[in-house]
Design a protein. Structure first.
Length: 176
């Protein structure tokens, strides 16, 4: 019974998070077995801003920057911060777009941070009235892996809606 529980636990970690106990890690299981990014869009009613965060695997971000900009960077290195601050907004302007109530809105880059295996990229749009409709084009990392899944969460007036975009799908609409 215990070996089966241990076996199931290890495979659950591998399948869900790409993690295995250190003694059982191989090059194949050390990398994450799925490709996912999560975009959160929140309307801050007090400030009238849209706050956007994109969470993706840090190594995927490093690799897509290397592929598109021919720059080998390490997100953990403070000396590479300026380069990331240049490449992240450029990459995202080609892969993430918002149309709010029929008007295309430019995303303003706020910054990024690394947390464990993840990278968070932050954007905002100032002075947006509570949206009635948000159309999103999200092709983040589609040029990296054709198994990419992009999850999008949008919150307006405390009401949260979500969708999952499997490659090659990249468009979603939310009505409030």
């Amino acid at each position: 019974m215990i070996p089966m529980v241990l076996f199931s636990y290890q495979w659950l970690l591998i399948l869900l998070f790409g993690l295995a106990p250190a003694a059982h890690r191989t090059p194949a299981t050390a990398l994450h077995p799925f490709y996912i990014a999560v975009t959160e869009i929140n309307h801050n009613a007090k400030d009238g801003d849209l706050e956007i965060s994109c969470k993706l695997f840090a190594d995927d971000l490093e690799q897509i920057i290397e592929k598109n900009y021919k720059a080998q960077l390490d997100i953990s290195q403070p000396s590479d911060k300026a380069a990331f601050d240049k490449y992240i907004p450029d990459y995202m302007k080609h892969h993430l777009a918002l149309v709010v109530d029929g008007k295309a809105l430019p995303l303003v880059y706020v910054g990024f941070e690394k947390e464990k295996e993840s990278a968070f990229c932050y954007f905002q749009v100032d002075k947006v009235a509570a949206p009635k409709k948000i159309d999103i084009t999200n092709s983040i990392l589609h040029d990296f892996n054709d198994g990419q899944i992009n999850i999008v969460h949008v919150t307006v007036n405390g009401r949260r809606q979500s969708t999952k975009l499997d490659y090659p799908d990249q468009k979603a609409s939310f009505a409030f």
